[in-house]
Design a protein around this ligand. Structure first.
Ligand code: SAH
Length: 693
């Protein structure tokens, strides 16, 4: 059987559906899965174990047999905990076949085959009865079906079904309860992930302000959760406007309703300011008393010493529909609406002298529709991209470079997805400059944007793919300035934006012989790093709470090595602190003044390790050389001190190549070098790499 997998093709700038072997999909899923991260989450594992032990004892104390239902068993970990806590029998349900197979092996290896039955089904397909999957209903319900938003992985419908059909009334549940907490904040940094701020441009004829269209201003954005490592957000980047408030709880030991609903809490700002963002996280109580608590609370709520790093559960950033000025001490209501899988928030002002009845009435009209982007900008640009467009330092570099390259008689062509460059260029250039923008997607939004700035007849939009560009599109003129950020929505890894180079090659016939290309070139940079925590997601676990999970380690390793050459993966490193062990090194350059060559671009070399530490992997990023002496980095911004702490571009994902032999590099002593071989295949636009320690 063949499967089709979507992949960005950096040579065409498009998503393409590639036919892959049957195994490809699941190897990807395993290789990029969070299982390793969960197994490394000591705090979670310990507390589950405590909670499970307590639940088994409570059932035993009642003189009942302990029958466990473990929904989403993964490696079988929670069922093995239950079995060793004395449970009489466990039904371990796992929908993902490769995982169910792994669970069978792990359970067997740990000697629990007679106590644990692994069932490879979705829990809603499980049957109960003499002929069924389960002989009888369970009296202990164990699950770990939560994502950062708590309910995004379908915990609610799964619980709803389980209570109806699979467990006894009054069953014990581990976790027993989940509680969602919120805090209202003002944060220009986070607000810049949803809004487009006006851009100020110093033009020859005075200051010009590039304004976002009102459609974007009033757009509620997209419903997808914004989950981040909030612990990496410095306190100087936001102001808390309220205390931490409990928004809602779910008791998993009672029937659960998954139907859409809302929750409302009273809120009194502790500070006046602009309410923009609701920060949210949850905790789970493993037992009814609340003594065994596992929390995602960020550093300012919880002492740093108690923080457990994890990537499978982080914190959520919710954007209010609009910014609301709030006053310290005033009465506000915060409403959380949810459907089966997601949550969104809105803020209401309490009305003067409102009584109970009115309050109830008021409640009825607070239900707010799930945010759906109407302006299309939120579909075109993801949240980091909004942040990038709002980055004034970056904009300044582009303005400076445009000033250098634009001449009064320039004919300017821009190739980038939904870029503000043409508008900047227009304001900076002389009146005679002609502007063309080459688009083959997101046409509508750009039109709206140009209209909002009264530029619809100043900038001509060409609706064609670069290879289909005709002289008539350009009014038979040759392009003297070709610009691009470059940014393309299909890019996943830093070098995927090299599509600009391919597009530039495709339009070659339309470029003047003395054309200026902005950026003139790009370079790929590389550095060896030690991660503070990120290494956990790809590192073997061995044993977890005393259970041998090596089968899982092997399975992940197999999947990572499934392709002959291992791949780099994108990670936003501002969220994942690391220390550099080598100097950053430029490894490849791409000359945009020339066309893409036919042959591959390869390099080999070695990089010295300057600091002691564990070489977990290499980080790679692109730098764009806009004009002489003006560059922007999509990776390393600064290496701050002797220790090699790094500051990363907060709007971009960098490429991380995890070394397979981390253990070897742990015993690193005297000056050592890492050798590398990097190959840019101009036919596919992909970069393959190999490292030797
Ligand atoms: N219990 C394991 C793994 C948790 S990850 C541990 O704590 O380490 C959640 C797992 O649940 C995934 O493997 C996913 O495939 C599975 N899953 C999610 N919903 C499910 C459902 N309704 N029925 C069966 N499996 C489910």
């Amino acid at each position: 059987m063949k499967t089709f997998c979507g992949r960005a093709n950096p040579t065409t700038g498009s998503m393409e559906w590639l036919e892959e072997g049957e195994d490809y999909d699941y190897h990807q899923e395993i290789a990029r899965s969070r299982y390793a991260d969960m197994l490394h989450d000591k705090d979670r594992n310990m507390k589950y174990y405590q909670g499970i032990r307590a639940a088994v004892s409570r059932v035993k104390e009642r003189g009942e047999k302990a029958i466990v239902l473990d929904i989403g068993t993964g490696t079988g970990l929670l069922s093995m905990m239950a079995a060793s806590a004395g449970a009489d029998f466990c039904y371990a349900i796992e929908v993902f076949k490769p995982m169910a197979n792994a669970a069978v092996k792990i359970v067997e290896k740990n000697g629990f085959s007679d106590k644990i039955k692994v069932i490879n089904k979705h829990s809603t397909e499980v049957t109960v009865g003499p002929e069924g999957d389960m002989e009888c209903r369970a009296n202990i319900l164990v699950t770990e079906l939560f994502d950062t938003e708590l309910i995004g992985e379908g915990a609610l419908p799964t619980y709803e079904h389980a209570h109806k059909y699979l467990v006894q009334e009054g069953c014990e549940a581990v976790p027993h309860r989940a509680t969602v907490y919120v805090q209202l904040v003002e944060s220009r940094r986070m607000w810049s992930w949803k809004k487009l701020f006006p851009v100020h441009v110093e033009a020859e004829d005075g200051e010009k302000i590039l304004v976002p269209p009102s459609e974007v201003e009033n757009c509620p954005g997209v419903p997808s959760v914004c989950d981040i490592q909030l612990n990496q957000m410095p306190s100087s980047d936001f102001t808390t406007l309220s205390d931490v408030v409990t928004m809602f709880s779910v008791d998993f030991s009672k029937p659960v309703q998954s139907a859409s609903t809302y929750y409302r809490v009273q809120l009194e700002p502790v500070k006046s300011g602009k309410a923009q963002i609701v920060l949210s996280w949850w905790d789970i109580d493993m037992d009814p008393s609340g003594m065994i608590n596992c929390t995602m609370a960020p550093y300012w709520v919880k002492p740093t010493s108690a923080l457990q790093w994890r990537d499978h559960w982080m914190q959520c950033v919710y954007f209010l529909p609009r910014e609301e000025p709030v006053l310290q001490g005033e009465q506000l209501y915060l409403t959380a609406c949810r459907d089966e899988y997601s949550v969104w928030y809105s803020l209401q002002r309490a009305r003067e002298g409102e009584n109970k009845a009115e309050e109830e009435e008021h409640k009825a009209d607070v239900h707010v529709e799930s945010p759906v982007c109407r302006c299309r900008a939120h579909l075109l640009w993801n949240r980091p991209r909004f942040g990038e467009l709002n980055d004034q330092n970056r904009t300044r570099q582009y303005i400076k470079s445009l000033r250098k390259v634009l001449k009064t008689d320039s004919v300017c062509l821009c190739i980038s997805d939904g870029s503000l460059l043409p508008v900047l260029a227009h304001y900076l250039g002389a009146k005679q400059v002609q502007y063309f923008v080459l688009f083959f997607r997101f046409l509508h939004f750009s039109l709206v944007f140009f209209k909002a700035n009264h530029l619809e007849d100043k900038i001509k939009i060409i609706e064609a793919r670069p290879e289909l560009l005709k002289p008539s599109h350009l009014e038979d003129k040759k392009v003297s300035v070709l610009v691009g950020e470059p940014f393309f929505t299909t890019s996943l890894l830093p070098w995927h934006n090299l599509y600009f180079w391919y597009a530039r090659t495709a339009v070659s016939a339309h470029l003047a012989s003395n054309v200026t290309v902005l950026p003139q070139s790009a370079s790929l940079h590389m550095m060896i790093v030690e991660f503070q925590d990120l290494w956990r997601i790809r590192s073997p676990c061995g044993t977890c709470e005393g259970f041998d999970v090596q089968v899982m380690d092997d399975m992940i390793k197999d999947s990572l090595n499934f392709r002959e050459s291992k791949e780099a993966e994108p990670h936003p490193l501002w969220e994942y602190p690391c220390k550099s062990l080598s100097d950053p090194q430029e490894v490849l350059t791409f000359d945009f003044t020339k066309t893409v060559p036919q042959h591959c671009l390869s390099t080999e070399g070695s990089v010295n390790l300057l600091r002691k530490g564990k070489s977990h992997g290499a980080v790679l990023w692109m730098e764009y050389h806009l004009a002489p002496a003006i560059s922007v980095s999509t990776g390393l911004m600064q290496m701050s001190n002797e220790e090699g702490n790094c500051e990363w571009n907060p709007h971009c994902k960098q490429a991380v190549y995890f070394f397979s032999s981390v253990i070897e590099s742990e015993i690193l002593s005297d000056p050592t070098a890492v050798t590398y071989a990097i190959n840019f295949d101009t036919k596919t636009g992909e970069i393959a790499m190999d490292f030797k320690l």
